[in-house]
Design a protein. Structure first.
Length: 338
């Protein structure tokens, strides 16, 4: 795999493929983002329909940028599991349109330039290590909270891929074996408790039947099915007691999960990114306190827990960072069995 020099005049397109949207933008070698767009993602149709949604976002960036010929590569972040070495999307729960799908080849052949694909959280972890909140640290635990929960793990300044190339699926670490069944098939994953849709589901369960009064429903226009994590946050900001209870529960879930990650990895810094994470930035210190209280690691309180530099644009920056790749070790990464 050939990587580009991390210089400001080196331009690539970063594409972030999520369960509900595709975000894309032009990124330079210092992590600056311009011409970013967001478009709906088609996840329930055919593989070709999913690809068309991605190409529409890339085309919008190209249309806004007239110097098309100077774009050197395309980086793509998508939900895992996937095989970053081959570019195959394996079986991501949040992207059912793709199963054993060669996304790298499809995009590269269409645009005629090199394309790199990796897990969305892996890419964001690299971007934060290179250009963001993790700069200067060798051991980084990054998590993105949105439609799902993903993690990227950097140990001794190298991204962790594991034996088959798909290590770091921290969102599918269970914190309750009697909990609800996650889309991955396991019970009680942190994703089924604390992702955006999970927060919305828990809110809907509390409000079902109409016996509990809450501003959450008001902010959803009276439609229970329209409740989202953002709706819960709006109501919380407005002093709603039910929303406060939901936020408290979610902080508890995330704190317990974080304690497991601290004891397992002992990182220098934990970085929270993604669209839903911003709801919990005011709670990061409290989250660390609760996590440290139950950690085996007696120095857990020394951990830095920080908001990501890129916030909602972490996926775009992360995708672009794959084209520069100074923290990856894909040349040594094993081929995943598919």
């Amino acid at each position: 795999m050939t990587h580009l020099p991390a210089e400001e005049n080196t331009l690539v397109i970063g594409v972030d493929i999520g369960g509900t949207k595709v975000a894309a933008g032009l990124v330079d070698g210092k992590g600056g983002i311009q011409n970013s767009v967001k478009m709906p993602m088609v996840v329930s149709g055919t593989a070709e329909e999913g690809l068309a949604a991605v190409e529409a976002a890339i085309d919008a960036v190209l249309q806004a940028y007239k110097g098309k010929s100077t774009i050197r590569a395309i980086g793509v972040c998508a939900a895992g599991p996937l095989d970053a070495r081959t570019g195959f999307i394996i079986n991501p729960p949040n992207l059912p349109c793709w199963r054993d799908y060669h996304l790298t080849r499809a995009i590269s052949e269409h645009y005629g330039i090199p394309t790199h694909v990796d897990n969305d959280a892996n890419g964001a972890a690299i971007a934060e290590a290179e250009w963001g909140a993790g700069r200067g640290y060798r051991n980084i635990f990054y998590t993105t909270i949105g439609t799902g929960i993903g993690t990227g793990i950097i140990i001794d300044a190298r991204l962790l891929y594991g034996r088959t190339g798909i290590a770091g699926e921290g969102g599918h670490v269970s914190i309750d074996r009697h909990g609800p069944i996650c889309s991955c098939g396991k019970p009680g994953c942190i994703e089924i408790f604390a992702s955006g849709p999970a927060i919305a589901r828990r809110a809907q369960e509390k409000l079902a039947g109409g016996k509990v009064k809450s501003k959450i429903l008001e902010f959803a226009g009276g439609d229970l099915s329209a409740v989202r994590a953002e709706t819960v946050n709006q109501a919380y900001q407005d002093g709603d007691a039910v929303a406060a209870e939901l936020m408290e529960e979610t902080v508890d879930y995330l704190s317990l999960w974080l304690s497991n990650m601290i004891d397992l990895l002992d990182p220098d810094v934990a970085i929270f990114g993604g669209g839903v994470s911003a709801m919990f930035y005011p709670f990061l210190d409290e989250m660390l306190r609760r996590a440290a209280d139950v950690c085996v690691n007696t120095r857990a309180h020394e951990l830095l827990v920080l908001p990501a530099r890129y916030g909602e644009e972490a996926g775009i920056a992360g995708a672009a960072s794959l084209c520069f790749g100074t923290l990856t070790s894909l040349e040594q990464a094993p081929l995943a069995r598919v």
